[in-house]
Each structure stands twice: as C-alpha cells, then as structure tokens.
Write a protein that binds this ligand. Structure first.
Ligand code: KET
Length: 426
C-alpha cells in the first residue's frame, strides 16, 4: 500500500463539521445524557403520560388489516403516490364538501411527510411561478428558510409575534404583507403556529385573506398539526378552507407525523388548488417532473395506513377520539405547568417580598393561552442552557418547550427548573 493511500489526507479532508440541527440535535444531546432525571422537551413528538412514544390503536388496527390482506403487494406506487390516500387527504384538509375538489381543481400528490411536501411545492414554484420571493412568519419552524432557499426561492420575513404581548403582532403582519410585492408567496401555518403557539382569530384570518387576495399574494399553507390545536380536525382546517372557499388558488402541505403519530413513516401530501381542472391537471404533470428525479415515487406503507383509516367510518371515528385525547392531554399539561409556576411564584412572594420582581415572573398565562404542541416560554438562550446544565431539561434554545413531551410526574421538576432559571439569570 502506498503512503498516499495509507494515511494521506482524504479527498474530503476540507469538509468542516456541520452544526447539529437546532431541533433534532436536542434529541442527540438528550440521548447522550446518562442522568435518569433527564427530560426531552425539544422535538415536537407526542409522549404518553408515562413518557413513552405512542402508536395509536387505530394505526395498529389498520396495520393489522394491511398485513392480513394477502392481495397486497410491494410494487412501486405511481410517481404521485397512492390515489386513495391523495383523495382522502384533500378531503381531510379542504372538507368533504369542498367545491374545489368537486370541480377537480385540486391536485394532490403524496410526499415525504410535511417537509417533503413543502420542498416539492417550493421546487414547483421555483420552476413555474413568476414570483420567487416567499414571506415566512417571524419566528417560524427553523427548517422553513432552509427548505425554501434550497428550492431556489428567496426568503423574507413578515412580522408575526410580539414578545412584549406574547401574542400576535397583527398590525405588523398586515403592514408587512401589505408592503410585499404583488404575487409574492406567503407561508402560513394553518393552525398551532410553531414555535409560538399563537394563531390569528377567524376574524383576523378573514382580514389576512382579504389583504392577500387584493394583492394577489399566493398562500402556501403548512398544515403539520391539524387536530392538535383544538382537538377538532375541521376547526383546525378553517383557515385553509376560508382561502379555498373564495375560489382563489393556494398550496397546502399536510403532515400525518403528529396527528396520526406516523412520524417515521414519512407520510404527507402536497395539494395545489387551481382555478380550473385543466390547469390542475397540467400542474400535476409538472409535479411529477419534480418528484421523479428527486425520489422517484413515495413509500407505500404509511400512506396505506392513512388511506385505510380515512376511508373507513369506524376507524376514522376512532382516530378522532384518539386525536382528541392527545390534544386534551397537552392542554392538561399546560394547565398543570401554569398552576405549578403560579404556586411557586406565590411561595416565593411570601418568602421574599422584597424581590418579587425576580420570582417566576408575574404572568405565565401565555402557557395556557397558546395552542398546539408548543409553549413559547420567553426563556432566553442562557436560561435554556442553565436548565439543561442544572436540571437535565432539553429544549430548543429559543425557549420553546414541547408540551407533548411533558407528563404530570415531571411538572414539578420543570417548574423548579424554570423558577431557578428566571430567578438566577435575568
Ligand atoms: N411544518 C411544521 C410547522 C413543523 O413544525 C414540522 C415539524 C414540519 C412541518 C415537518 O414535519 P414532518 O415530520 O416532515 O411531517 N416539526 C417538528 C419536528 C421537526 O423539526 O422535524 C418540530 O418542530 O419539533
């Protein structure tokens, strides 16, 4: 063996170490921590009251049916995926009675969960849409800017969250979208905005719709949490349905990761609502041109599970019950954490009346006001680092905690950690 092939530099020696992903990297760090009290509130993944991942009972039943069906084979799916899955997914988000669906103006393609759906939609827009700027809320899910940039779109922020009020910066949002160039794409979280947990009211959605339609802005909905905000699949799709009801065009990326607990199955859908059936059919032909060289065609198993559940009335009903139970457990975690912090604040007040201002600070009501999987606590990077170091609590550095990862036994530990963090770090 020559010296050069032995221990000479690799042809990749210039490759620098990339940072861990800001969300998935939290799980990597958590897994390395040997301390048994550790708690992972990073990634948005549902855990039971026992702290375990949950496979829905309805998913187990659907899988059993699939396994028992000897006629099922493992052939390639078409480029756009499983037809039944696509039809049912469109109905789920746009409503069973959607006129756009009845008029065949919607094309739906199965993609690799929410992320893949966003990416395919973005690649399509970069190739076939005249405006290449996409406006994303500030803040937003950390992967959004990367997905859109890599697809060839240019990303700009619009104001969304006001840290002072811990609510929606509605005025800022209207101003920024009002100043966007006509035709620009606007990314909207269909419900349960990540990371803030703050959604517009229906009235505010209506104003956003009017403004966007008047300026010809193109809505691109990211629907990763349908059913998780309110517990109702229909209520959580209201924003999207308002935009579709006006006859205008839009895109929607759906994920079944959270609401069916199919995280690792990577099952989702991209729908594009068009003005006419003819346009929709040509759009679909071009989506195939995006998908074929990217991953050829999507995986069959997860989509089959979803199709079985969505098409069978009993299974569908069972799903809605299990989904509501997940949403309710998250809401109960909000209440428990809020109560624990209130109680701590009170105790602290009694002991140290002179330093009230450094106790678990006054108002934690945003914990119960925010909706969806996450609480945007307002804790800063140093406080988060402190909680991880001292209490082995893992969360994203922006202060977001996944309420779905919490359980009653861990609430006191989390409340202690938050209390200590805000008391010791300004
Ligand atoms: N959109 C949003 C808003 C979102 O929060 C996620 C995932 C996705 C899309 C994509 O999910 P997929 O698994 O591709 O269907 N969010 C959680 C997980 C992650 O970051 O991958 C999270 O924020 O923790």
């Amino acid at each position: 063996m020559s010296a050069s092939s032995d221990h000479q530099d690799s042809v990749f020696s210039h490759v620098v170490q990339a940072p861990e992903d800001p969300i998935l990297g939290v799980t990597v760090a958590y897994n390395k921590d040997p301390n048994p009290i550790k708690l992972n509130l990073g990634v948005g993944a549902y855990r039971t009251e026992e702290g375990k991942p949950l496979v829905l009972n309805v998913v187990r039943r659907a899988e059993q049916m699939l396994v028992n069906d000897q006629s099922r084979v493992k052939e390639y799916l078409p480029i756009i995926g499983l037809s039944d899955f696509n039809k049912s997914s469109a109905k789920l988000i746009f409503g069973a009675d959607s006129t756009a669906i009845q008029e065949n103006r919607v094309t739906t393609v199965q993609c690799l969960s929410g992320t893949g759906s966003l990416r395919v939609g973005a690649e399509f827009l970069a190739r076939h849409y005249h405006e290449h700027t996409i406006y994303i809320p500030q803040p937003t899910w950390g992967n959004h800017p990367k997905i859109f940039n890599l697809a060839g779109l240019s990303v700009k922020p619009y104001r969304y969250y006001n840290p002072q009020t811990r609510g929606l910066d509605f005025q800022g949002l209207l101003e920024d979208l009002g100043a966007a160039p006509s035709g620009a794409i606007v990314l909207l979280h269909a419900c349960a905005h990540n990371p803030t947990g703050v959604d517009p009211t229906l009235d505010q959605w209506e104003q956003i719709r009017q403004l966007m339609r008047s300026k010809g802005l193109l809505p691109f909905f990211d629907s990763a949490y349908q059913g998780f905000a309110s517990g109702s699949l229909d209520a959580d799709a209201q924003s999207v349905r308002m935009f579709v009801a006006d006859g205008g065009e839009c895109l929607a990326a759906q994920s079944y990761a959270k609401n069916m607990g199919l995280y690792g199955e990577r099952v989702g859908a991209l729908s594009i609502v068009c003005k006419t059936a003819d346009v929709a059919s040509r759009v679909e032909s071009q989506l195939k041109m995006v998908i074929r060289p990217m991953y050829s065609n999507p995986p069959i198993h997860g989509a089959s599970i979803v199709a079985v559940i969505l098409k069978d009335r009993d299974l569908y009903n069972e799903w809605t019950v299990e989904l509501k139970a997940m949403a309710d457990r998250i809401i109960s975690m909000r209440k428990q954490l809020f109560d624990a912090l209130q109680a701590k604040g009170m105790a602290y007040k009694l002991l140290f009346t002179l330093v009230i201002h450094v106790c678990t600070p006054g108002d934690w009501s945003h914990i119960i006001k925010q909706i969806g999987m996450f609480t945007f606590t307002g804790l800063n990077t140093e406080q988060v680092a402190f909680m991880t170091r001292e209490y082995h609590i893992y969360m994203t550095s922006d202060g977001r905690i996944s309420m779905a990862g919490l359980n009653s036994r861990k609430v006191p530990h989390l409340a202690d950690a938050i209390h200590a963090a805000v008391a010791s770090i300004a």
